[in-house]
Design a protein around this ligand. Structure first.
Ligand code: SF4
Ligand code: SF4
Ligand code: SF4
Length: 446
């Protein structure tokens, strides 16, 4: 059984990830847990008597997560479609350098990949396909976006297969576009950084003019029609000390239940030195303050690397499970690595759509290597209590860090551990209110 011990305020947290249980204990309990983990029968008996039999019931997820196998044949029914790398904005920290190239995907490729996923669904008897539209931004190729959705509707009708659609957008839309989006797309992630002064300092139009007014109107429209959406904010070294203000502004102007804040990463346009990431320490401290603000509005503030509610062996679907079609028709598993010139293209690009054969042509070796980007292949994560939640962190950012070509990287492990520990402590706090046993008590963090 895997038990992690985490020092906390002079005591220890004992965490059993596959038993959904967390305890507060003293040094003697930690010692006992270590001996039990080494297989000492008397320690196991004693621990079992103290913590309860429930902890010794096997969780089938544990076996499933301890291995990974490449699924064959590869028949995706879910894709991300990057219609363009053009964008209506020129955000200072853009990882994609959106708008630098203005390439749009060809119609043959759009129609072809949609045909493929619907055909895959029909072949395996699946009633749904899923398409996520990502950027650049759909606002830069609006007629193509509308045409693509129309093509999917025709396929839905003719095949009786439903398409679930989502979009990541900067929210720079006019009234007609807002209305169309909420009537034709199922959900969205909207990028908003905070009050106009903060948002506009990073997220401006090519001529430098502000975008916040457009985004505010988009939020208002989404709320008016009760459209499901979440908010994503990027935190820089400049705005990190104002995260609480940013969350307060978002909560006061949007009904989105989920707000995700991520530290900026110095890549793409952000690598030119015009904007810096926050330090890990500053991000953690200010996230904690901002989280309280979100709670006071009944909202949830999230960060991708802290997720006690998820048990997994991969950080994201880029580890071989996702299918992202780029504007040039290549297939990548990471939507942040969408350009053949990206230094990580050799890792994440694993095929392309071939318009002649109207099929995906795949590189099996690359797919196998992508499957290896799981926490199972990361010995440096083996003793980390976040192992089955963070699962080795964002593979793209971890690989960039390993290459050490970028200075000034935020220490994501520190952020992931501190904010995950907060979630464990919160779980214990809830338990303490209902049970004040000497050792703390088992609770369900999920
Ligand atoms: S961050 Fe998004 S909205 Fe901003 S320039 Fe890049 S692609 Fe466009
Ligand atoms: S590898 Fe990182 S950047 Fe790429 S999709 Fe996954 S989380 Fe996003
Ligand atoms: S926090 Fe760091 S060490 Fe821990 S699982 Fe994540 S990447 Fe690995």
């Amino acid at each position: 059984m895997e038990i992690f011990t985490i020092p906390h305020e002079g005591r220890h947290i004992l965490y059993f990830p596959f038993r959904n249980a967390v305890f507060a204990g003293n040094a003697a309990l930690v010692n006992l847990a270590r001996r039990a983990q080494q297989g000492q029968a008397s320690a196991v008996r004693q621990l079992r008597d103290m913590l309860g039999d429930k902890l010794w019931i096997d969780d089938p997820r544990e076996t499933a997560l301890r291995s990974r196998a490449l699924p064959e044949p590869f028949r995706p029914t879910s894709i991300s479609l990057l219609l363009t790398d053009d964008c209506t904005l020129r955000c200072r920290y853009c990882y994609a350098d959106g708008g630098k190239s203005r390439q749009a995907i060809s119609w043959d490729t759009v129609a072809g990949v949609i045909d493929v996923i619907f055909a895959n669904a029909a072949a395996i008897g699946c009633e749904d396909v899923a398409v996520n539209f990502h950027g650049g931004d759909v606002g830069a190729v609006w007629p193509l976006f509308v045409r693509t959705r129309g093509y999917m509707r025709d396929k839905e009708k003719s095949l009786g297969i439903r398409a679930a659609t989502s979009v990541g957008t900067n929210g720079v839309l006019d009234d007609a576009q807002r209305l169309w989006l909420t009537e034709n797309i199922d959900s969205a992630t909207l990028s908003v950084d905070g009050p106009p002064a903060i948002h506009d300092s990073a997220r401006a139009f090519p001529d430098g003019s502000p975008s916040s007014n457009f985004v505010l109107k988009t939020m208002q429209h989404f709320d008016r029609v009760k459209f499901p959406y979440g908010i994503r904010s990027t935190v820089t070294g400049e705005n990190v000390s104002r995260m609480d203000e940013c969350v307060g502004y978002i909560c006061a102007n949007s009904a989105a239940k989920r707000i995700q804040m991520e530290p900026m990463y110095p890549q793409g346009r952000a690598a030119n030195g015009n904007v810096s990431p926050p330090s890990a320490r500053a991000f953690i401290d200010n996230f904690r303050t901002a989280r309280k603000v979100a709670s006071s509005f009944g909202r949830r503030l999230c960060y991708s690397g802290a997720r006690l509610d998820v048990l997994t062996n991969v950080f994201c679907r880029a580890c071989g499970d996702s299918c992202v079609v780029t504007p040039s028709g290549d297939i990548t598993s990471c939507y942040e690595v969408a350009d053949a010139a990206n230094p990580l293209a050799g890792v994440f690009f694993y095929g392309r759509y071939d318009p002649k054969t109207r099929t995906f042509v795949l590189d099996r070796d690359r797919r196998e290597r992508l499957f290896g980007l799981s926490v199972l292949e990361k010995p440096e994560c083996s003793d980390c209590f976040c192992k089955w939640h963070c699962a080795g962190d964002c593979p793209a950012k971890a690989l960039l860090s390993e290459r050490a070509e970028i200075d000034n990287l935020p220490d994501r492990c520190l952020i992931n551990r501190e904010l995950t520990r907060d979630q464990l402590v919160a779980a214990l706090g809830v338990a303490a209110e209902v049970d004040s046993s000497i050792l703390g008590t088992a609770v369900s963090p999920r």
